[in-house]
Design a protein around this ligand. Structure first.
Ligand code: GDP
Length: 605
């Protein structure tokens, strides 16, 4: 008979690394490895003292003893310790207010495709050349800095909100000002709205550039009207949104735009200290032939110098060279300055924070500790500290007596249903529960939506739309919840249930197969058949299926006929072609996606 040790367990939170063995775990709880093994055996789990335990096993044993255990990823604790130990003194130094100086604004250009973002960035770049700067900006390093009158402005070279939100989702916030480009002849379009939502979610001020003013059909008043409808009321109309009219093609209005940017930067009081060891953010990085790992970094504070020992994510090294946006080697980089850094052990990842360590050993120890953690748990930073709750912790927030705010990213198949769902959701708001739509849009759920949800701690709701594969994968690794519905009252029921802490078990859908339609043909007596290629999993006759076009659900049903060559088959695996009979839905087109799934109830914890 197993008589467990009765020694008291340590008080308070006990940190246990995932994958610990009985030999690691026991002593942390004042027990022997044998105690752990015997206890698990009684629960029907056979493990040896040196075998890794699952999270459940560790939690079960802890619960048995009444111990309060927190599971962490291996390396995480060590990394936190190292950071605290090596950088503490620096953090103190940074607080010194008298060292703070104005720094140039970092600007990202966003807007709908073809509205002129790229041309505008090029034109601004040329302004600099015209201004007589020797050589001008010649290198594309992901960002450039240019003088304008007595000021400097830094522009991120990759236009659009994808990179912006991807960085934010990684906890990096480099952009100070967003320039929203709207074509005067085209007006506010879906990606314009996305850009506004993304900038707002990040709390970054917007300067609107109405572009293509040279076009005969330019209609800036209509654009102003559309912007006002979305809460961006222009100054001319008594609001506080700065609007400039430009033509990237003819180069008109560019000076005005630059002036507005510098004025806004002054209002925003962007400050940083050039003193002390540098801290910055990696914008992009890659491996270049002859140069090794190259990372473009924007310095946030301090001064980065050649020879500094640096660490960014798992990459570490000594700065071998710094190259600016003209391709010139420089000795140092000041706050808001983009610079290529050479000398890393490997390319870091976009969004990684760069820190200068006190010596190379420190940089290396930290980089290697992280490398170990990333190997075990993937390269994901801690989620940002955005306010507001997700669906699953809404009730907890309500109970704390605060006004709870539920953050949502809402995607629907058409504008009409988007409005209808929004309206119905709004009606659920109470004094103590507010809804906040971080973004609303038409179309399938994309990777970008997941990034935004992750950065803003939001739940994604899809109405008659589905996440694509990349969105699904990213959501899974970054712990973003996607809930999809095809019936509005089901959706409302779920939200109401969440408000009273009764969120029903999510019917988890397991996607069993995904096929791409390559061709649709008609066979006499059989009807239409979709010639498909199975991309993932397998397609089985009889399974539930959805047809998707650009992420929007166009049909649901069951697979009734499945063929390979002329044979009827039960199942077709990934990597093979097959024919899927379309008895009920004949309107499939090339490029549509066929998704089969199983439904499974999962208990909520
Ligand atoms: P992006 O997709 O937003 O980066 O747009 P681009 O900069 O690639 O521009 C899309 C198209 O619009 C290109 O053919 C440009 O030449 C054109 N374009 C951009 N700005 C202007 C402008 O101010 N006036 C006119 N007429 N055409 C422009």
């Amino acid at each position: 008979m197993y008589t467990p040790s009765t020694a008291p367990v340590p008080d308070g939170e006990i940190i246990v690394e995932r994958g610990s063995t009985a030999r690691d775990l026991g002593p942390k709880l004042n027990r022997s490895a044998g105690d752990v093994v015997r206890f698990l055996l009684l629960q029907g789990e056979m493990v040896t003292a040196t075998q890794s335990l699952s999270d459940d096993m560790i939690e079960l044993f802890a619960a048995e003893l009444g111990a309060h255990v927190r599971l962490v990823d291996p390396g995480e604790e060590r990394e936190a310790e190292l950071l605290a130990k090596y950088f503490e003194d620096e953090d103190l130094e940074e607080e010194r207010e008298e060292d703070l100086r104005p720094r140039p604004p970092v600007v990202t250009v966003m807007g709908h495709v073809d509205h002129g973002k790229t041309l505008l960035l090029d034109r601004i770049r040329q302004t600099n050349v015209v201004a007589g700067e020797a050589g001008g900006i010649t290198q594309h390093i992901g960002a450039y800095q240019m003088p304008w009158q007595d000021h400097l402005i830094t522009f991120i070279d990759t236009p659009g909100h994808e990179a912006f939100t991807a960085m934010r989702a990684r906890g990096a916030e480099v952009t100070d000002i967003v320039v929203l480009v709207v074509a005067a002849d085209d007006g506010v379009m879906p990606q314009t709205v996305e850009a506004i939502d993304h900038a707002r979610a990040a709390d970054v001020p917007i300067v609107v550039a109405i572009n293509k003013m040279d076009r005969p059909d330019a209609n800036p008043d209509r654009v102003l009207q559309q912007l006002a409808e979305r809460g961006l009321v222009p100054e001319a109309w008594g609001g506080d949104t700065i609007v400039v009219q430009v033509s990237a093609l003819e180069g008109t209005g560019i000076d005005d735009l630059l002036e507005q940017i510098t004025l806004l930067a002054e209002v925003e009081e962007l400050l940083a200290t050039p003193e002390g060891r540098a801290r910055g953010t990696v914008l992009e990085a890659n491996l270049e032939a002859g140069r090794g790992p190259v990372a473009t970094v924007i310095v946030e504070s301090g001064t980065l110098r050649v020879g500094d020992p640096v660490v960014a994510g798992a990459a570490w090294g000594r700065v071998k060279a710094l190259v600016d946006d003209r391709g010139d080697h420089v000795k140092e980089a000041l706050p808001s300055m983009p610079v290529q850094v050479l000398g890393f052990s490997e390319p870091p990842q976009a969004g990684d924070e760069l820190r200068v360590a006190k010596d190379l050993t420190t940089a290396r120890t930290l980089g290697e500790a992280r490398a170990q953690r990333f190997r075990l748990s993937g390269h994901l930073p801690a989620p940002s500290a955005a306010t507001g709750a997700r669906l699953e912790d809404l009730f907890e927030q309500i109970q704390r007596g605060e006004t709870a705010r539920l953050n949502l990213v809402l995607k629907a198949d058409v504008q009409g249903s988007l409005e209808a769902v929004t309206e119905s959701l709004r009606k659920l708001e109470r004094d103590d529960v507010k809804l906040s739509f971080v973004h609303r849009g038409v179309g399938g759920i994309t990777e970008n939506d997941v990034q935004l949800a992750r950065a803003s701690n939001a739940t994604i709701i899809g109405f008659n739309v589905r996440p694509d594969r990349r969105a699904r994968d990213l959501a899974a690794v970054s712990d973003v919840e996607i809930r999809t519905y095809e019936i509005i009252y089901k959706l409302l029921e779920d939200i109401e249930a969440a408000m009273i802490g009764m969120l029903a078990p999510k019917t988890e859908e397991v996607i069993s197969g995904e096929a791409e339609v390559r061709q649709v043909f008609r066979i006499p007596r059989v009807g239409a058949v979709a010639g498909c290629y199975v991309r993932e999993g397998s397609i089985t006759r009889g399974s539930k299926v959805r047809f998707l076009r650009d992420g929007v659900v166009i049909w649901r049903g069951t697979i009734t006929s499945l063929r390979r060559f002329k044979e009827d088959v039960r199942e077709v695996q990934a990597g093979y072609e097959c024919g899927i009979g379309l008895s009920d839905y004949q309107n499939l087109e090339e490029g549509d996606v066929i998704e089969t799934f199983e439904e499974r109830e999962t208990a909520r914890t």
